[in-house]
Ligand binder design. Sequence first.
Ligand code: RTP
Length: 147
Amino acid sequence: MERTYIMIKPDGVQRGLIGEIVKRFESKGFKLVAMKLTKPSKEHMEEHYVDLKEKKFFAGLIEYMTSGPVCAMVWEGKGAVVTGRKMLGATMPSESDPGTIRGDLCIEVGRNICHGSDSVDSANKEIAHWFPEGICEWESCSKAWIY
Ligand code: RTP
């Protein structure tokens, strides 16, 4: 089953949006298979965004992304990568459609509250980078408590 790496950025954590974002992924039907709050090192974040290292905004991006804890998650389900990106909305909040996470909840590109893998290949690399300890494998083996 396809998996994607979704990260709530420091501004999303500080604004108390973890519950709102998790709710959207749960309501959509995706399955949460890994989650942790972690304050990444500069080196760890530079590796995550290595493809952007030549961009003018790179230093500011790293400073922002290491300014507080992030909520690192892995979500599983059919088409999780493409659908996850659609749920996040466009990178620029001014271009994100209403109904998307960025479209509903933020204004600045430099404070756009969430990250989502842009391909299955990136997702696999990002999951290994953020969860080297492995992730939780679980099945809904009994539905006795679901009404
Ligand atoms: P992300 O990796 O965070 O999900 O973002 P993305 O694929 O939608 O966009 P990308 O181009 O990879 O940019 C990564 C993050 O860098 C910040 N950014 N700032 N100041 C700027 O013009 C600018 N452009 C991008 C955003 O936080 C963006 O999400």
